[in-house]
Design a protein around this ligand. Structure first.
Ligand SMILES: NC(=O)C1=CN([C@@H]2O[C@H](COP(=O)(O)OP(=O)(O)OC[C@H]3O[C@@H](n4cnc5c(N)ncnc54)[C@H](OP(=O)(O)O)[C@@H]3O)[C@@H](O)[C@H]2O)[C@@H](O)CC1
Ligand SMILES: Nc1ncnc2c1ncn2[C@@H]1O[C@H](COP(=O)(O)OP(=O)(O)O)[C@@H](O)[C@H]1O
Ligand SMILES: [K+]
Length: 460
């Protein structure tokens, strides 16, 4: 499991560890990890040029110490001090002892990499004008961010004005929430974690990794039969929107549940595309409702909720969902749908997806899966997972229908709603990556790639 912690949690863990270590040891660990990440990024040290942007706090200290390591490896290191009188004194001495140079930003040479040591977990979101001006001098040069891309809100993943756009972020001890949650996570680039030995409490936000998903997936045994593996019922689509039914059944029929029942208005099309589907109502272990359901979505939702089994609620059924609906429901809105449910502007949801998913989970007392580049799965008890698989090509019509069916299959197979939603999002993204091969994809291709994504988890 990849874990992200809040600033308060990180500070407490750092304080506890620092009491057991010689002065400055922790920063040395961080700075060495940072320096080697920069060397990797440069593909070697000798003859390369690095510019450090150094703020007044310990984030700047990390950059200065790393600069000293780089300078000793033959890198030409220059440092711009944004607050010269408050720059980390020992770090600055180390840099100068290694023949790194302090320069005014207008005198700096064009570097191969800018190291952003402006501000880390001690910052207020946004960037001050002097920091912004220093960054703009070499705006086309890739940035390695220290701990966080400066300017983002570490605990929420929200933005408040200008921020660094990094190629990579080298973070220390644990991920910060902003490195998982969009929109800030989109500013971090690839994230590298340097272990500095922190003992951390339960994470504020998690991201499932392949081994976590593998452990959650159902495993049929010799005694299994189709009913014991779980039956997923699908009440999606309509005469007007048969495609949504075909796609949600494609997701539900990924093979992780034992059987798919279809009980909606597009039976002929569903059976033509998926002959293994059983048509008509019957006993199920989870329902999927809403996608392409039009006017019938609300009725399908009401009937499905009466069964007391998990219900995946998508698209047209979302605004008809009672508040609270209860913990057997899994709501799967995109930002526009969640905005309508919470009666807020869509931009507000996009600017703060983690916060809005959590608010909705509390308001509905249900698991909420908010779709996006970084899909958020929020539990009403406050837990949250963020999905890191997928490719932008997945933003295509019908992809959400496949996801709803897949999550329904996992719930029918016995996963808790929170696990079904988060493992479903992971597999959906992994299947999209396989189907894409770096190019465009169709939603049906994502469904077709699901068995391969599952196989990939099972092959050591
Ligand atoms: N503690 C440890 O053992 C370890 C700590 N580590 C490292 O320390 C970092 C935390 O260091 P920190 O607490 O010194 O705060 P930090 O992030 O440098 O920011 C404070 C400075 O930024 C300034 N500033 C604020 N907002 C700003 C803005 N919007 N735009 C511009 N400037 C702004 C603010 O200025 P002021 O408000 O004082 O004028 C203040 O001077 C952490 O992220 C990690 O990198 C690692 O080495 C591991 C061991
Ligand atoms: N920029 C992006 N990068 C990766 N995945 C994305 C991005 N934008 C959206 N997605 C994913 O694409 C899917 C789109 O689903 P949705 O919006 O419900 O489409 P539809 O309603 O047409 O099926 C979701 O799984 C979502 O997480
Ligand atoms: K930084």
């Amino acid at each position: 499991m990849l874990r992200a912690h809040t600033v308060a949690q990180v500070r407490a863990a750092e304080d506890a560890l620092m009491r057991t270590l010689p002065e400055g040891a922790l920063m040395q660990r961080a700075a060495h990890g940072l320096a080697y990440a920069v060397l990797d990024f440069l593909g070697g040290g000798y003859g390369a040029k690095v510019l450090l942007q150094v703020g007044a706090g310990n984030n700047g200290g990390d950059a200065l110490y790393a600069g000293a390591v780089l300078a000793r490896r033959g890198v030409g290191v220059e440092a711009v001090l944004l607050a010269p009188e408050r720059a980390h004194a020992e770090g600055l001495a180390a840099l100068e002892a290694a023949y790194g140079r302090v320069v005014d930003v207008e005198d700096a040479q064009r570097p191969d990499v800018v190291v952003d040591g402006i501000v880390g977990i001690g910052g207020t979101p946004g960037l001050r004008p002097d920091a912004l001006a220093a960054l703009e001098r070499f705006s086309e040069v890739p940035v390695v961010a220290v701990d966080l891309p400066s300017g983002v809100d570490a605990d929420t993943g929200e933005l408040a004005g200008p921020h660094v756009q990094a190629a990579i972020t080298v973070t220390f001890g644990t991920h910060k929430v902003a490195l998982l949650a969009d929109p800030a996570a989109a500013a971090a680039g690839a994230v590298l974690l340097v272990d500095i030995g922190l003992e951390l409490p339960e994470a504020a936000v998690e991201a499932l990794q392949s081994e976590d998903v593998a452990a959650l997936l159902p495993e049929p045994g010799g005694e299994s039969q189709k009913y014991s593996r779980g039956v997923v019922g699908v009440r999606t689509g309509s005469e007007r929107y048969p495609g949504a039914a075909v796609l949600s059944v494609a997701g539900a029929g990924c093979g992780l549940a034992g059987m798919v029942r279809y009980d909606g208005g597009a039976t002929d099309q569903v059976l033509a595309a998926h002959p293994e589907t059983v048509s008509g109502a019957g006993r199920v272990q989870a329902w999927v409702v809403g996608s392409g359901g039009g006017d019938q979505a609300s009725d399908a939702l009401t009937r499905s909720l009466e069964d007391g089994v998990p219900v995946v609620v998508d698209a047209d059924a979302l605004t008809a969902t009672p508040r609270p609906v209860g913990r057997h429901a899994i709501l799967t809105p995109h930002a526009g749908e969640l905005a309508r449910m919470l009666e807020v502007p869509r931009e507000d949801v996009e600017a703060a997806p983690l916060r809005h998913a959590r608010e909705a989970a509390a308001a509905y007392d249900a698991v909420v899966l908010l779709k996006g580049r970084r899909t958020v799965v929020a539990h009403p008890d406050g837990r949250a997972r963020i999905n890191t698989t997928g490719v932008p090509w997945l933003a295509t019509a019908g992809a959400g229908d496949v996801l709803a069916g897949l999550v329904g299959a996992l719930a029918a197979a016995g996963l808790e709603p929170f696990d079904a939603a988060s493992a479903g999002a992971w597999l959906h993204g992994a299947a999209a990556t396989l189907a894409s091969h770096g190019g465009p994809l169709r939603a049906s291709a994502v469904a077709a790639a699901l068995p391969q994504a599952v196989r990939g988890l099972r092959t050591p």
